[in-house]
Design a protein around this ligand. Structure first.
Ligand code: SF4
Length: 635
């Protein structure tokens, strides 16, 4: 029973320790929730007004409408729109923080130097801003003005971040459907308004509004956040490190950064190095920083910080008894961390005004005092090290070598060794000739309903065997990193022959002396924008709509509303998007049919739900082959 919780041997090991230590984990709480509410699972429960809650009888023997007359179709569509709007809101809020940081940095009001003037120029140029003769700070302020212009746009013009970055054919499709966002805050507000009691009762109109929220997420959330963060902290380039809980070190102060935003964690990485002598003074060899979730991915991509683990094993990191401090920022943070920390010596540190957890220490983070906060946090970790109980320490000795840092710029850099004039040509040529059958992006979370990591790993094995190149972000990237799919050995082991030959050729040309990994780590969840950029660049290079490309996406173990909003954006890009966990929509036949079939006619993309990994891979390959056929490419 214990071993079906996860395929990660480190997690399996620590689940046993958790039971021995009397720790309740996410899996125990999941068991206690069984059976879960069928109405909620089908999406047919409505609490949008206080005449309710209302629920529709899915068997047709009880109520078929809510008190106000809302049908199952209306209730399911409204619930979905709210979930997707919530996911988009999380990313837009993240992006807004990054815009503010760039503004303050450019004004010299905070100690965050602009790290990547080249990216700044590229972003400015994309927005039509001339950078000739301008200092980086002045140029950054012009870029910030455009971002604020989008955030505060009170006209009915499309957001510039959308019109500047989306594929041309897509803009035409979205315009015809009336779903190009004007201002992210306004669109999110409108979604809340549209779904409140007594508003929209047309499931089709509600789903179009949902697609619009996907675009809000894709451009005002993901793309904007990545652009700002690359300018501030640098565009990732290949880094080599390790993944899994074995990266924790018994004789070091272990400090875990967890959440999604790099604004504080970048400072923590810097101060962990600077304050290393203070760790040595208390008997440790230094400070080991490791990452969970997307904060982990952010500092991995730019600083080479090792990955500790992904979402579902966050509690188990503390169960090692070797984590001296875990600092969290926003999103995907289990409230249970506080209770578990109290059973060990771990200092759980919250930092953001909108994320406080009783029992945790709160060290307020403000951009103006980021260095002070980072120092305080590192010192708290060093202080906790002295309280560590060696009898409670168990670090499972599992870690896999990974090569990460594959921004679009880094991929173009590697490919440019084969064709410096047209760096995308080698990739496009190998897709056209069928050496690479297609590209699948695996993204998103773990979900306790699925054995941890199994869907990511087993599905990707099948894709690679069939010569499909995989790019990954988020907790999917963590899972594939831990499984050894992000190193050159992974290419030899998992890639089909033609894919292997391409990865060997690129690896040799790029001077790696070994093949490129078969799964390219493209970053955090907001860095799904990098995948969007790659898709857009490929579509432009081949002169086709992104909907026509032999490209698909998958969230094999989605749990968060953000996964739904990212997936909706991918569908709006015309991409078939697989979900390995059924979202709460099955209570409406109409909504389910529209999401999985009907949308294709109007938007090109669709959701594809399959809960068995091999079948999902084969389904995606079939979809890719159909697209190849439509383009007249070799099969
Ligand atoms: Fe019930 Fe309608 Fe109120 Fe929802 S909005 S709780 S369906 S009365």
């Amino acid at each position: 029973m214990l071993n079906v919780r996860s395929i990660d041997p480190a997690a399996q090991d620590l689940i046993k320790k958790a039971h021995k230590d009397g720790i309740e984990t996410v899996w125990d709480r999941y068991d206690k929730q069984q059976p879960q509410c069928g109405f909620g699972s089908l999406g047919v429960c409505c609490r949008h007004c206080i005449q309710g809650p209302c629920r529709i009888d899915p068997f047709g023997q009880g109520p078929d409408k809510g008190i106000c007359g809302a049908t199952a179709d209306v209730i399911v569509a409204r619930n979905l729109l709210r979930q997707v709007a919530a996911g988009a809101a999380a990313h837009v809020d993240h992006a807004y923080d990054a815009v503010e940081a760039l503004e303050l940095a450019a004004q010299g009001k905070i100690d965050y130097p602009i790290a990547d003037a080249g990216k700044l120029k590229a972003v400015a140029s994309g927005l039509g801003i001339d950078s000739e003769g301008k200092e980086p700070d002045a140029l950054a302020l012009e870029v910030v003005r455009v971002a604020y212009g989008d955030m505060g746009n009170h006209h009915n013009r499309p957001m510039k971040w959308v019109s500047a970055h989306a594929p041309k054919q897509r803009l035409e499709v979205w315009e015809s459907l009336g779903i190009i966002p004007r201002n992210p805050d306004r669109e999110i507000r409108e979604a809340m308004h549209q779904t409140t009691m007594g508003m929209d009762a047309d499931p089709v109109n509600l789903l179009l509004a949902t697609a619009k929220q996907g675009l809000v997420d894709g451009y005002a959330g993901l793309k904007l956040a990545t652009d700002m963060q690359d300018i501030l902290f640098g565009t990732p380039a290949p880094v080599v490190t390790e993944a899994n809980l074995g990266v924790l070190k018994e004789d070091y102060v272990n400090l875990i950064v967890h959440g999604h935003v790099p604004l504080l964690s970048e400072k923590i990485v810097q101060w962990a190095k600077t304050l290393s002598p203070e760790a040595e003074a208390v008997g440790a060899k230094g400070v080991q920083v490791a990452g969970i979730c997307c904060t982990g991915n952010e500092v991995l991509m730019r600083q080479g910080v090792p990955l500790a683990t992904n979402y579902l094993a966050q509690e188990l990191a503390i169960v090692t008894g070797a984590v001296d401090a875990m600092v969290v920022d926003v999103q995907c943070i289990m409230p249970s961390l506080s209770q578990i920390s109290s059973c060990y010596h771990t200092e759980l540190i919250t930092t953001m005004p909108i994320v406080k957890i009783p029992g945790a220490t709160h060290v307020p983070f403000a951009l103006e005092k980021a260095d002070e906060a980072a120092q305080e946090i590192v010192r708290k970790a060093i202080g906790a090290y002295a309280r560590r109980d060696p009898n409670k320490v168990h670090i499972p000795d599992y870690r896999a070598k990974i090569i990460a840092g594959f921004s679009v710029e880094a991929i173009a850099g590697a490919l440019g060794k084969l064709d410096p004039v047209q760096p995308l040509k080698p990739l496009a040529d190998n897709i056209v000739n069928g050496n690479i059958v297609g590209v699948v992006a695996t993204v998103g979370c773990n979900n306790v309903k699925v054995t941890q990591d199994i869907f990511h790993v087993e599905m990707v094995k099948e894709l690679l065997k069939n010569n499909v190149l995989v790019v990954a972000t988020g907790c999917s990237a963590h899972a594939l990193a831990k499984a050894g799919m992000m190193n050159s050995e992974g290419t030899e082991r998992y890639a089909g022959n033609t894919l292997k030959a391409v990865l060997r050729a690129i690896g040799e040309a790029a001077g790696l002396g070994a093949p490129l990994p078969p799964v390219l780590h493209m970053g955090s969840c907001v860095d799904n924008s990098r995948i969007g950029d790659l898709v857009t660049a490929l579509a432009n290079y081949l002169g086709v709509d992104s909907a026509a490309l032999p490209v698909a996406a998958s969230a094999p173990e989605p749990q968060h509303e953000k996964a739904l909003s990212i997936g909706t954006w991918a569908v709006a890009m015309g991409i078939t998007t697989h979900l390995g966990v059924i979202p709460p929509v099955l209570g409406s036949k109409q909504v389910t049919e529209l999401l999985t079939v009907g949308l294709t006619e109007v938007i090109g993309g669709k959701f594809y739900v399959e809960t068995e990994p091999q079948k999902a891979a084969l389904g995606l390959i079939e979809d890719i082959r159909k697209k190849r056929q439509a383009l007249g490419l070799d099969q």
